[in-house]
Design a protein around this ligand. Sequence first.
Ligand code: AMP
Ligand code: MG
Length: 410
Amino acid sequence: MRSVEEHQRVVASLIAPRDPVAVPLADALGLVLAADVVAPLPLPGFDNSAMDGFAVYADDIAAATAEHPVRLPVADDIPAGRTDTGALKPGTAQRIMTGAPLPAGATAVVPVEATDADFSTTATTVAIRTAVRNGQHIRRAGEDVAAGTTVLRRGQVLTPAALGLAAALGFGALTVLPRQRVLVMSTGSELVAPGTPLLPGQIYESNAVMLAAAVRDAGGEVLFSPVVSDDVHAFRDALVTHTGDADLIITTGGVSAGAYEVVKDALADEVEFVKVAMQPGMPQGSGRISGAGLPAASGTGTPVVTLPGNPVSSLVSFEVFVRAPLRAAMGLPADRPRVTATLTDDLTSPRGKRQFRRGVLAGTTVTGYGPPASHHLRWLASSNCLLNIPEDVDHLAAGSPVLVWDLSTG
Ligand code: AMP
Ligand code: MG
């Protein structure tokens, strides 16, 4: 049997980044910059007012007090967005709003609260009750960002604030590592789409929805998630129809030891089917597919990873083998946070296999959650971590340290 680490290496070797592309800011959240971003202009772009008030020469109102206000004529009005502001003449004030360009010559802004002005009227004079320092309430051009500064770095994940900064600097798009495009194919003649009636012996399809969500959650893009019957021709037809320019194909089901193992039968020449020493998720496979009507990605074929069909096995297998390399190919932090926690209850584990037991991590303690068998989806849905129990361990007593993958973040 192949070890977990060996199969992780094999799968990782198949998954490669796409070429960087320019993506509109609105689509770039969570993607990773492929190039540094250098400010083409300063921020603020021009000297502007930090307050609603009056632009003045500070010297003109140096003597102003509440008892002896200084009265100045209001020579002009400057709302934010005005582009033709005239110079300030000594001995006058100009009414100015926050963010509006400072008139040439002005040395300070007096907040409206320090005057007798009522902005619901346009008075022709203003009485100023306090002096201001030179430069007070002025935001200087370039005090946030000087033109030519590297403000965002290659490899950085684009957050809302990073996108805001890029927009403020005038970028409509940024060069990023694009999302990996994934085709998720579910197989099984017993599967019926949720929302339609079931016949006896049929079950609702859940892996396509679940794995497509896991791909998106990892930052990838799902091209299609078709469900196909256990028919080799139907399966190959669906591959030909949907592969397109997928970077990765993930299949579920049809890889165990039974008859009608459609994925095994259809991909016998292209995929290496192996047993991995783990529970759940022993039957695995990986390879590249091309030819027979399929587009060949860069001459080598499109990577395919075949996951087992049991819902818990398929999601745990995605987590163990696919998620990290998929994220690495997008430049994203690959691994989930790993912590050592204290087990609250005894656990058993099959000797010779890595067990990924579902669990609930609470602070520094962890509780195994639900039975080990791989069809117990309910427990998986309520767990927040995987317990990683080594191959040579068959029993862990309460109080033991155990390695945990925290699925709640990362
Ligand atoms: P298989 O690996 O195809 O033999 O499937 C193993 C088990 O998982 C069987 O009980 C299947 O019915 C179930 N299964 C396989 N694929 C899916 C799916 N897409 N949704 C729900 N259950 C599935
Ligand atoms: Mg099946």
